[in-house]
Design a protein around this ligand. Structure first.
Ligand SMILES: [Fe+2]
Length: 164
């Protein structure tokens, strides 16, 4: 079935709903990840990112407002899969020496998903001439990149501690 009437605007709105849903799921998942993590630094990183995520959700609501649309999510199977995989891993590796390594890897999978979504959304907002929306999306993108870098540092610190 050809969808010749669909536009980039439609794709933008659909993807905005997708990441809005994803952020809300992540907001729910982060306290569980903090609770399960063994390292204090990792717990702290998740708590900081939980607070950031609340701000990110607010920015997305501002983007919906710019579009004149109600803030509403659409089920995103990709993020559900990534989060479910993380939960499974936390059960399978509970009390093991590899638990934090697994939690870190799951958290980075989440960040990478968000980075790809925000990258596309920001580019489309620019293409559609919505500069204020592009700025808000870029702020979220930069926070996700910063979190991903922090997680990489924590993962490397884990390895170095082990090697020492
Ligand atoms: Fe996020």
């Amino acid at each position: 079935m050809a969808n010749t009437e669909k536009t980039l605007n439609d794709l933008f709105l659909h993807t905005l709903k997708d990441i809005y849903y994803a952020e809300k799921q992540i907001l729910k998942a982060l306290p569980k990840m903090a609770k399960n993590a063994e390292s204090e630094e990792l717990k702290e990183a998740f708590e900081t990112h939980r607070q950031e995520t609340e701000g990110q959700i607010e920015r997305l609501e501002q983007v919906f407002q710019i579009l004149g649309k109600a803030a509403r999510g659409v089920q995103c199977e990709a993020i559900n899969g990534i989060i479910d995989e993380g939960k499974e891993l936390m059960e399978d590796f509970a009390e093991s020496e590899a638990l934090d390594a697994g939690i870190l890897a799951s958290a980075q999978a989440v960040e990478h998903y968000e980075i790809t979504r925000y990258g596309s959304l920001k580019t489309w907002a620019q293409e559609l001439g919505m500069n204020d929306a592009a700025k808000l999306l870029d702020q979220n993108l930069q926070e996700e990149k910063k979190t991903d870098l922090l997680l990489t540092k924590l993962a490397e610190a884990r390895v170095n501690t082990k090697a020492a």
